[in-house]
Unconditional design. Sequence first.
Length: 217
Amino acid sequence: MRISELSRRSGVPNATIKYYLREGLLPPGRATAATQAEYDESHLRRLRLIRALTGVRGLSVASAKHVLDAMAEHRTDLHRLLGIAFGIRPSDDGTPDAAEGEAPAGANPEAAALVDAMGWTVSEHNPARQTIDETLRTLRSLDIEYDWEALLPYAELAERTARHDLDRLETVTDPMEKAERAVLLTFLLEPALMALRRLAQENESTARHGGDEHNSA
């Protein structure tokens, strides 16, 4: 397909596609003339993945290129590929996608205790470890007694959710398309999952405390 068709099908403007080509995010097409090239489905999938990384995950172009390079290197190792897509595992060139200032191994003891209790195999580079410990410390600073054991019921729900997430990727065979779906399903669905919790909380509150007031509203 010509670049105009690639733009139409991907929803990415021509100028942006040319920018991605210059920056090396998108591989060059097959040259058909001095100033013309043809592109195929692999370019379309790559563009969609770039959009997922920059638009959904909010990565810079430079960071997206590092992630894409790491994905291409590990495309035959699905576990590694998905870890990179989720932003969990650092790339081999020393440019992790995790936030700068990531806590060193062993710095998040409550998350470590939770992971051990659940029997999970989780990378030390997973930024969720730090989030758990920081959240629990914040709750206790506000005189709310909460520790990692109180998170166990949530962890069990999260385990079921993760199983469902990975089940939905099983039907996708192309590794890079699988990575794109992983990014979209993880980062785009998070607000909806939080919204579901709010809906369920209202429903539970209504069932416990609403009484006749709800029925007559």
